[in-house]
Design a binder for this molecule. Structure first.
Ligand code: IPE
Ligand code: IPE
Ligand code: MG
Length: 243
């Protein structure tokens, strides 16, 4: 007797590496007649919810744009508030990240931050250094153009000493210089708050990433929104120039 085929759920194509431009904290606060700092505070709750959701979904690497190299243009008071929140986040959440086996990474020149922040970050990196679980990369004082400038400088320096043949420089050689070199290829890049630009984030890595722009402001973005983004990704057809 023939048995009816058991319907199988279509295999979900999970993005290995998701990056998020967490935008809209200020507008979230303004809509509530609150100071911008309250928007950033609410944004930290989203960071917590989304990093947990990424682990539950089984995403290998999550990269969060927390402070761009252009964000120094903001008032000192706002920058100070962001530093405070960063410290608070590390103090409150590091134990969970350690426990969950999360490999913490920082993209960007965080050493330009105040000394106490740098110290906390270094400690967090050290405590999670031996972990083997999902990667949480936080972009702090990150700018994609500087990242590429640094890569060009490093390769040029090796070429100048004769250690590297300029003709041997290819995409892999550049990628090996990028701060994301140990991360899986970027599959999905999300920006919240309705803005449709990259704001100097992961310019090289985004070459074939799927882009998703959502109107939701970052403090309103939660686990369900990440799940919806992952579902939307699964429906995309990636072609890489082929058919
Ligand atoms: C994103 O929210 C957080 C950071 C850039 C640190 P914004 O502060 O840019 O919020 P909007 O864009 O002004 O609403
Ligand atoms: C991008 O947001 C940087 C972060 C989310 C950390 P911005 O709010 O700084 O970007 P622009 O200025 O609108 O392009
Ligand atoms: Mg913004």
């Amino acid at each position: 007797m023939a048995t009816a085929a058991i319907p199988q759920a279509a295999p979900v194509v999970l993005p290995r590496h998701v990056a998020i431009i967490m935008d809209g904290n200020g507008r979230w606060a303004a809509a509530r007649r609150l100071p911008r700092a309250m928007g950033h505070r609410a944004g930290v709750e989203s960071v917590r919810a989304v990093t947990r959701a990424a682990r539950t979904l089984g995403i290998e690497a999550l990269t969060l744009y927390a402070f761009s190299s252009e964000n120094w243009r903001r008032p000192a008071e706002e920058i100070g508030g962001l530093m405070k929140l960063l410290k608070l986040f590390i103090r409150n959440d590091l134990a969970e990240l350690v426990r969950e086996g999360v490999q913490l990474r920082v993209l960007g020149d965080y050493r330009r931050f105040p000394a106490d922040v740098v110290e906390l970050i270094d400690d967090a990196l050290a405590q999670t250094g031996g972990n083997r679980g999902p990667i949480l990369a936080i972009a702090l004082n990150y700018g994609a153009q500087s990242e590429l400038v640094e890569a060009a400088r490093a390769l040029a320096a090796r070429a100048a000493t004769g250690a590297l043949d300029p003709a041997a420089i290819d995409a892999d050689a550049i990628e090996a210089q990028l701060e994301t070199r140990e991360l899986p290829p970027l599959d999905l890049l999300i920006r919240t708050s309705g803005e449709q630009r990259l704001s100097n984030f992961l310019l090289w890595q985004a070459a074939y990433a799927e882009l998703l722009f959502v109107d939701t402001l970052w403090p309103d973005f939660g686990a369900d929104d990440l799940a919806a983004a992952v579902e939307a990704f699964a429906r995309r057809q990636r072609r890489y120039g082929g058919l």
